[in-house]
Each structure stands twice: as C-alpha cells, then as structure tokens.
Design a protein around this ligand. Structure first.
Ligand code: ADP
Length: 331
C-alpha cells in the first residue's frame, strides 16, 4: 500500500534520510527502529507530507503522493506526548476532526462512543485531559487519530513518555486496537521493546539509511551486523575464537561472530562449557550471572532461582541456541 522508493530528505548538505526504500502492506504495522538522530522522525514527516523530498518517491496504492498536501493524504499522526487540546473534554478531543468535517452530530456522538469503547475509555467523555493519567491521555490521542478512519496512522514513539509498567500494558492494548481497527501503521521508535510489542515488520535505520528490514522474528534471529544486534537488545557480541568456542559448545558450525542475549548461557550440570562465576544478582525470575568462560572471556549467563551460585564457583553452562544469533562476515 505504502511504497517508498529511494527517498532522500536533505537539510542543507546533509541527508537526514538517505536513499530509503520501504513497503508497507495494508493492515500491517511497520516499525522503523533506530537511535536518536538517525532520521526516523524526518522519514515519518516526509510520509506525512511535512518534509519535501530531495529525490525518490512516496506512493499510496500505486498513486504518487508528491502533489498531495498533508491534509489530503488521509493519514493521521500521533506523537509521543499525544498533544491533546487541554481545554477540550475527552469527547471533544476525539470528535475534533469529525466536527471540522461538519459530520452530523448524531454520527459524531456514535463514533466517539465507538472509539472510546475501542480504547477502553467508555464513560470518560466529559473528563479534561489534565485529569487523566499518561496512559489514558495516549489512548485518547489514539482514539482522536483513528476518528477519521485514516488510511495510515503515523506513530512517533507513542509509548516512550510513559513509565515502564504502563508502557508494557498499553503496548499490548495498542497492538490489539490497531489490529481490531484494521489500521495500517508506520511507527518510529528508538526502543526495540516498543517495536517488538507493536509491529509485524521491522526496518532498522542508522545514519539516514535502512540497514535491515523484514518480519520481526527474521530480523531478530538474523541481525545483519554487530551494531544492529546490540541495538536489538543482544547483550554481547563474541568474535573469532570466542565465537567458535560458544558455537562449538552448541554444536553449531564456526562463524566469525555470534551475538548473545543475556540468557544465552544457562547453568546446567550437563552443559559443555566450563566457567567461573564473577558476579551473581538475584532477580524475581532467575539469577543473572557474569561469568568467565575459558576461551571466550567474560559473558553473561543465567541460573535458576534457588541454585545457590556464588562468585568464585565453577559452573557448567549449556548454550540456548534460541537466544543467540550468528552474524554474517562484515566488519
Ligand atoms: P530521529 O528522529 O531519528 O531522532 P531526526 O529525523 O529528528 O532523527 O533527525 C535526523 C537528522 O537531521 C539529525 O541530525 C537532526 O539534527 C537533523 N535535523 C532534523 N530536523 C532538522 C531541521 N529542521 N533542520 C536541520 N536539521 C535537522
């Protein structure tokens, strides 16, 4: 549906978005994930029609959008902080764009009810934004963005202003709301958890370029390089002999580098890697260790709770192959 071809956006001499091509199918959620300053907000603004392209094209359903101004694209934008109108009630905020379009008031009332129900805020009609929690405000912002049934919703770090527990809860809700409404969405974020929680597909962006894109689990299992792996939440990357040592213990063929999640190595008497515990920290689910593995150096590992593992202990480790990624040969 949405097709970006070789899109470049320049500020003066620098390309904030550099030759980006992306596709987004109808009903899908695509997350563009990248560090601050990589150009993702600029990309989102370009799709919205708020930044001119230096070159390339953006099309919807095969129709080039270069001549279509922002308000005629049928896209909705939702920002980090929701940006509600503080002096308008929840119902008025949600109804705002419908009223601008002179929608009959009975229709507006019905649509507002439907949307508040969808975002789990039935009965909040008369509340003012100042009386809502951060999560509730984001839900209202989402309802407002969905009100005009946008062809595409553009989300700029929709959860990052929320605290961790709320973020997790709202992420699940937001995902089901988007799917229930059948909305096509383009999300930009620096937070891989947010991307994984919300999206079907992922594009990893760095220095204005898309360095990898694909289905979430594909990108997750096969990050294209070391920097991408670390950005996706892998804890460490081992190279050369260290990589071969861990891969060998997992009966995997040798490779130039392997990225390990913090739980890739598990304390297990039947494991084939021997290690010495450097430090141990108890968490509610398991014990997180830092260990020194002969031939692989300092790495992270986990032990089940109640295993009484202490610094200085010698332990055996098993490799959980679902928690590592073999990296292709690039430096
Ligand atoms: P992100 O959203 O990934 O943090 P941005 O798209 O906001 O990144 O910015 C990408 C680059 O473009 C940054 O180097 C930023 O400083 C620069 N930039 C963004 N907006 C402007 C602007 N209006 N004028 C000049 N440079 C800008």
């Amino acid at each position: 549906m949405l097709a970006l071809r070789d899109v470049t956006v320049r500020y003066g001499d620098t390309a904030a978005v550099d030759d980006v091509s992306l596709d987004l199918a109808s009903g899908q959620v695509l997350a563009v994930l990248g560090p601050s300053g990589c150009g993702k907000s600029t990309l989102l603004r370009a799709v919205a029609g708020l930044e001119p392209l230096a070159s390339g094209s953006i099309a919807w359903g095969g129709t080039d959008l270069s001549g279509t101004p922002t308000h005629k694209r049928g896209f909705a934008l939702m920002f980090q902080d929701g940006q509600l109108f503080a002096h308008l009630t929840v119902a008025r905020n949600v109804a705002y764009a419908l009223r601008l379009r002179r929608t009959p008031s009975a229709r507006v009332a019905a649509r507002v009810r439907e949307l508040l129900d969808l975002v789990g805020l039935s009965g909040y009609d008369d509340r003012l934004p100042g009386t809502l929690s951060g999560g509730e405000r984001q839900r209202v912002a989402l309802a407002r963005a969905l009100a005009v049934e946008p062809r595409l919703i553009l989300l700029d770090e929709p959860l990052s202003a929320l605290d961790a527990s709320l973020r997790e809860r709202l992420a699940g809700d937001l995902r089901s709301i988007l799917h229930e409404a059948g909305t096509t969405a383009l999300l930009v974020t620096h937070d891989h958890e947010e991307a994984f929680a919300l999206a079907d597909r992922l594009a990893v962006m760095r220095g204005g370029r898309v360095v990898q894109q694909g289905a979430i689990d594909e990108v997750w299992r096969e990050p294209v390089d070391e920097e991408t792996a670390l950005f996706l939440g892998y804890a460490r990357v081992l190279r050369d002999d260290a990589a071969r040592r861990v891969l060998g213990a997992a009966a995997l063929p040798p490779a130039y580098a392997v990225a390990l999640r913090r739980s890739a190595l598990v304390v297990d008497d039947a494991g084939s890697l021997s290690a010495v515990v450097e430090s141990a920290r108890v968490t509610p689910e398991l014990v997180r260790l830092v260990v020194r593995v002969e031939g692989a150096g300092i790495v992270d590992a986990v032990a089940p709770l109640g295993g009484r593992v202490a610094p200085g202990d010698e332990v055996s480790l098993r490799v959980d192959v679902t928690r590592l990624a073999v990296l292709p040969i690039t430096r």
